[in-house]
Design a protein around this ligand. Structure first.
Ligand code: CMP
Length: 138
């Protein structure tokens, strides 16, 4: 069993896609073991995306991620990191396979509805960024 972090980004929450995303997770055996809605400060978004600090899109990305509420979740399942990334689709929605969350709902490379960890080490950092061990039920 593997854990991964999922975020429904401000565009997904404000467009009323929270239920749709959760339905797709549950239909695909990705079990939610922690969940909360938060509104990040700019500094909190910068800390989360620190690996992207030098990228040209960092300022815009952290602005966007702190622009409204997000839903953060810990998912558990076999091969959860890869299976959730497959469900999300490519970062750039134009490259995403039809039927994936981003192909179906993203409007922009930045406003791409969801985030998911890309490796076990990243998942451990990202889960620990938002949740302590008492908030994770599985
Ligand atoms: P995410 O999976 O959350 O990881 C980094 C985010 O940066 C990405 O999704 C996009 O929302 C955003 N982003 C904006 N521009 C780019 C870009 N050119 N390449 C990759 N990610 C980008």
């Amino acid at each position: 069993m593997e854990r991964t972090l999922s975020i429904i980004k401000p565009d997904g929450v404000s467009r009323g896609l929270t239920g749709e995303v959760i339905k797709r997770l549950e239909d695909n055996d990705l079990k939610i073991v922690a969940m909360k809605m938060i509104h990040m400060t700019r500094a909190q978004a910068e800390g989360f995306y620190a690996v992207h600090r030098e990228r040209p899109f960092f300022e815009s990305l952290t602005d966007f991620m702190s622009s409204g509420p997000v839903v953060v979740m810990v998912l558990v399942g076999e091969d959860a990191i890869k299976r959730y990334r497959d469900l999300m689709g490519a970062t750039n929605y134009k490259d995403a396979v039809p039927g994936t969350i981003r192909a179906d709902f993203a409007t922009d490379i930045e406003k791409n509805v969801v985030h998911g960890s890309d490796a076990p080490e990243t998942a451990a950092f990202e889960i620990g960024y938002f949740f302590n061990r008492f908030e994770i039920v599985g």
